[in-house]
Ligand binder design. Structure first.
Ligand SMILES: C[S@@+](CC[C@H](N)C(=O)[O-])C[C@H]1O[C@@H](n2cnc3c(N)ncnc32)[C@H](O)[C@@H]1O
Length: 374
């Protein structure tokens, strides 16, 4: 493991390969359309990931979108080596990887329609966080969108306790195994911490199945700081980048992502920072995936509808059958109204369909807002 005091990020262990749907321009543009925002064309997008790890997400997007131009930046030469080798083996010519510190102003001079970062902001020190904000402000195109992932207050704060346990055994030969053992023993002993934070127990179950390299990056990294929405949004706002919504669509729909009693208190609040802070409290939100863009007028109703009608939808292989749809959300299971989802899933079960086509079936005819939310 890298203990170089000049670095504030763990080195020497290659982070596992992940694909995060929220980083895909198609995903981001679809969410933006739902929110009534224009977005750059995903098919020809210029895309950049800050802290791309071994570049698996970039490679998948490059292979699936030959018209896109992709750049991955990472400080760890071992990561960039793996990323370049994979791209070469796959014959990908539309993706480049840059090895360097995001704090280096000479690193990159490109302009990007989508800038994404996942698993970085909460694991780096203040200087890197500032540099990430500066990079987004300097390199995001006029209509571009940034997707920013971070561990959030208040739900993410519980994991500081995990960090303390792992860091206390960091000097041992196998700190990942020993940290997991210590936490499991505490959970099995009914420790008050696990009673107070049941979601920490669920995370522990996942960690026991996860790749040890993932656990090391998550919990043995020198820095771990869950951030509040207020401070992240303020940092982007200082750079003239406004919050446009969550990259996780359900979190943009109050009716299914807030407990009804909390929604009554929260929905009338007009100030974004207070409203989002209270939502995070209502959901005990452990992480956020926020979208930021330069100030721009929302599409008017007509433009919004025209944009929604451009989208085609299809079922994913693991889509649920038409009856009995249940959403697993941060506030627990939420039943999908069969009057809405049965016809939608039945129609998409026949073939992919455009928004405009689905709009013609009941209960959506004349109610595009209902279809948009569904
Ligand atoms: C947890 S990994 C996330 C990798 C990838 N984004 C993912 O989610 O699969 C965080 C990455 O940020 C990189 N990183 C940390 N500090 C950096 C810096 N100052 N400049 C560029 N990359 C950095 C690390 O090397 C590491 O690959």
């Amino acid at each position: 493991m890298n203990r170089d005091p000049r670095q504030d990020y763990l080195g020497g262990i290659v982070y596992p390969a992940f694909f995060h749907r929220e980083q895909s321009p198609v995903w981001i543009a679809a969410v933006a359309a739902a929110l009534g925002r224009a977005a750059p064309d995903p098919a020809t997008a210029r895309w950049c990931e800050i802290g791309c790890g071994q570049g698996y997400g970039a490679a998948v997007l490059a292979a699936a979108n030959p018209g896109m131009r992709l750049t991955g930046i990472d400080i760890d030469p071992d990561h960039i080596k793996v990323a370049r080798a994979r791209a070469k083996a796959a014959g990908l010519e539309n993706v480049d990887f840059i090895c360097g510190d995001i704090r280096d102003p000479a690193l990159n001079r490109g302009e990007y329609d989508y800038i994404v970062t996942h698993g970085v902001l909460s694991w780096v020190g203040e200087t890197v966080r500032t540099a990430i904000g500066d990079f987004v402000a300097a390199h995001l195109s006029q209509n571009g969108i940034a997707a920013i992932h971070y561990m959030s207050e208040p739900g993410g704060a519980a994991f500081r306790a995990f960090h303390e346990v792992f860091k206390s055994v960091a000097h041992r030969p196998d700190p990942v195994a020993e940290g997991l053992q210590a936490l499991t023993a505490m959970r099995d002993a009914g420790a008050g911490f696990f009673q107070l934070y049941p979601h920490a127990g669920q995370t522990l179950d996942n960690l026991l199945r996860d790749d040890p390299a993932y656990v090391a990056h998550e919990y043995l990294n020198p820095v771990f700081r869950p951030l509040s929405f207020r401070e992240v949004a303020a940092a982007f706002s200082d750079r003239d980048l406004g919050w446009i919504g969550s990259a996780t669509p359900i979190e943009n729909i109050d009716a299914v992502s807030l407990p009804a009693a909390a929604a009554k208190v929260i929905v009338p609040i007009r100030e974004t920072a207070l409203r989002e802070t209270m939502k995070d409290m209502a959901r005990n939100q452990p992480l956020r995936y926020d979208l930021f863009a330069r100030p721009a007028a929302l599409l008017n109703n007509h433009e919004h509808l025209q944009r929604l009608r451009l989208w085609n939808w299809r079922l994913l292989p693991a889509a649920p059958p038409p009856g009995g749809l249940v959403f697993q959300t941060r506030i627990g299971p939420v039943d999908g109204d069969a009057r809405i989802f049965r016809p939608l899933l039945t129609r998409l079960g026949q073939s992919p369909a455009s928004f405009a086509e689905i709009e013609r079936i009941e209960p959506f005819s004349g109610r595009p807002g209902l279809l948009n939310q569904a």
